[in-house]
Design a protein around this ligand. Structure first.
Ligand SMILES: [Fe+2]
Length: 301
């Protein structure tokens, strides 16, 4: 089961990476980098629409764009964008020390601000954060890479509360290959399979929004949905409860550690993709486990 590891030495990057790859949470009692109070105050004062079904405010580095922010005026929109970009850059710089073995190969994904109270949030089942799941992104396939997330609770009073359950390597043994979570067939190297792949690549190159999902991505998306929709699992699985107090930070591989955010408001988060060949133990990554169990190749090589 997952452990919460208080990080004592940020320079011991091999140990830090090892803890993460073993399915543990790296924890910091205080924000371990500069975060100006005026930026925190700005974030805490954001009043988004009353609808709790709205998505988190996201800063997308590849297109330098902010999404889902309801700003009172252009100045406020610019300030929100600048603060999220600054957060992203400070986290990235910090992680370059904390997790240096990954940094030459990782790919920066979204930074987000989560201004909504998680408890009682009205979302459709597959979008709910308070149901245990492993992460998988429908629009950003990983092709065997890992989803690393770094969180910061900027709420001045309230902790962010999480539950975790069994890790991917145990969940796949229990539920993989059963009705509702069949194992994928592996990469289709037949003539038709290759033609279909080329056609999708071409459509994507001319502007169609086609997620190029590998068999691994399809399985992970299925597992995400299967776990959230499985009431027996949600009720009966073993659970660990965690509290992340005000001004604390934590990092975890969310594609491996099944997790749910059950309460808390005002958190920031940075996602980073870690390719399989950057890991210390690539053979223990979810894609390698899936390939070993099925005996099939799950990502195009
Ligand atoms: Fe998640």
């Amino acid at each position: 089961m997952t452990k919460k590891i208080l990080v004592e030495n940020i320079n011991d990057s091999l140990k830090n990476c090892k803890e993460l790859e073993q399915g543990n949470i790296l924890f910091f009692e205080k924000i371990p980098f500069e975060f100006p109070q005026d930026e925190i105050q700005f974030l805490l004062q954001q009043r988004q629409s009353g609808s709790k079904s709205r998505k988190n405010i996201a800063c997308k580095p590849q297109i330098d764009k902010l999404t889902n922010h309801i700003a009172a005026n252009e100045e406020e929109a610019k300030q929100m964008h600048a603060i999220l970009k600054a957060y992203s850059s400070r986290v990235t710089q910090f992680l370059q020390t904390l997790l240096s073995p990954y940094s030459s190969k990782w790919k920066l994904d979204y930074a987000s601000f989560r201004p909504y109270q998680e408890m009682g949030r009205k979302l459709r089942t597959r979008a709910r954060n308070d149901l245990l799941h492993v992460d998988s992104f429908p629009t950003r396939p990983m092709h065997g890479g890992r989803i690393l997330r770094f969180f910061t609770n900027i709420n001045p009073k309230e902790p962010r509360k999480w539950i975790t359950s069994e890790p991917f390597q145990d969940l796949i043994k229990k539920y993989g290959g059963k009705p509702g979570l069949p194992f994928p067939h592996g990469v289709d190297y037949s003539f038709q399979g290759r033609m279909l792949h080329k056609t999708k690549e071409w459509l994507k190159s001319i502007g169609f929004k086609i997620p190029m999902r590998s068999p691994y991505d399809r399985f992970m998306l299925n597992m995400h949905n299967y776990l959230k929709e499985n009431e027996a699992f949600q009720k009966g699985c073993p659970k660990s409860h965690w509290e992340f107090p005000p001004n604390s930070c934590w990092a975890v591989f969310t594609d491996q550690v099944s997790h749910a955010a059950i309460s808390g408001q005002y958190a920031l988060e940075q996602t980073i993709f870690i390719p399989r060949d950057a890991l210390l133990y690539p053979e223990e990554s979810p894609v390698s486990i899936l390939e070993r169990i099925t005996g099939k190749c799950m990502v195009s090589v």
